[in-house]
Design a protein around this ligand. Structure first.
Ligand code: A3D
Length: 320
């Protein structure tokens, strides 16, 4: 059977890390695409030269022309500009909307059957715009944020409880941004929900609240440390997990920015919800029940995403 073809649109910090992970995991052949000449070619060659050491078989190439992504099974989009210190994800809106237009048109022309994972920020608005510009089915275009946000939540919880990250599950809903909703009730250590762990004396409510806030600010914490860009190792690992679930039809239950129409009281918008990812893309959206507080936080997040989408429509009239 032919190897899968994975197109990485954007060969910056995340794009390069994605290419390396795809190689190490032998998920398929990689085409790194970028407008910056030489960067995708250089990264592809550098990673290919590591393949004899790590013992993986994958063809890696760089490209400036969208024809090179022809027939891709998966496209992971990181093209655009990343946050600098003091810049919010929303500041990126105008710049990255134009990028989504060219990327969406490129995918539409050359890889219309791909499963497309968007990472470019502001995530929930950019994945919506990318879907509009590409015209692909909604279930084949998804945004990566929830896997990363819940991984950060899981990591902080594992540190607090001094247990393996493997035994911590976490649940994050809503848009990717300051309004994201980490749901403690649905987050567990080996099946024990966090509120029970507070009662068992494993932690205090104050400490848990601080961890929730640190999760919301997780992206900014890394930007503050790096100063010249934003997180890339964990975002790349998160998108690769989604791509792998699609390529291997694993049907993993993963939080993602998916198109929700009819569930959660929403009539057609992208927002972070639990999904099942398999060979058909987003195969299911899992609708959970929320209490009043959780629902209020979720609605707040939904409204923030709607505001960004309206702003996109104001910038590009073809979207209105
Ligand atoms: P960076 O290292 O700057 O890479 C972006 C790449 O995109 C650069 O190599 C650019 O040359 C390239 N590029 C710019 N315009 C185009 C275009 N029109 N076509 C093709 N390539 C283009 O950034 P990064 O890799 O660190 O981050 C990429 C994006 O991911 C940014 O928008 C970040 O804000 C976003 N991001 C999202 C998350 C989420 O959790 C959603 C996390 C971290 C970063």
């Amino acid at each position: 059977m032919a190897r899968a073809k994975i197109a990485l649109i954007g060969a910056g910090q995340i794009g390069g890390t994605l290419a390396h992970l795809v190689g190490l995991k032998e998920l398929g052949d990689v085409v790194l695409f970028d407008i910056a000449e030489g960067i995708p070619q250089g990264k592809a060659l550098d990673i290919a030269e590591s393949s004899p050491v790590d013992g993986f078989d994958a063809a890696l190439s760089g490209a400036q022309d969208y024809s090179e992504i022809a027939g891709a099974d998966v496209c992971i989009v990181t093209a655009g500009v990343a946050r600098k210190p003091g810049m919010s994800r929303d500041d990126l809106l105008g710049i990255n909307l134009k990028v989504m237009k060219s990327v969406g048109e490129g995918i539409k022309a050359h890889a219309p059957d791909a499963f497309v994972i968007c990472i470019t920020n502001p995530l929930d608005a950019m994945v919506w715009a990318l879907r509009e510009f590409s015209g692909l089915p909604h279930e084949k275009v998804v945004g990566m944020a929830g896997v990363l946000d819940s991984a950060r939540f899981r990591y902080f919880l594992a540190e607090e409880f001094d247990v393996s990250v493997k035994d911590v599950t976490a649940f994050v809903l809503g848009g990717h941004g300051d309004t994201m909703v980490p749901l403690t009730r649905y987050s567990t250590v080996a099946g024990i929900p966090l509120p029970d762990l507070v009662q068992m004396g494993w932690t205090t409510q104050d400490k848990l609240d601080a961890i929730v806030q640190r999760t919301r600010d997780g992206g900014a914490e890394i930007v503050g440390l790096l100063k010249t860009g934003s997180a890339f190792y964990a975002p790349a690992a998160s998108a690769v997990q989604m791509a792998e679930s699609y390529l291997k039809d694993q049907k993993r239950v993963l939080p993602a920015a998916a198109f929700v129409d009819g569930k959660y009281g929403l009539d057609g918008m992208y927002v972070g919800v639990p999904t099942v990812i398999g060979k058909d893309g987003i195969e299911r959206i899992v609708e959970i029940s929320m209490n009043d507080d959780e629902n209020a936080m979720f609605q707040n997040s939904v409204n923030a995403v709607k505001g960004l989408v309206e702003a996109c429509k104001g910038i590009d009239e073809t979207l209105a």
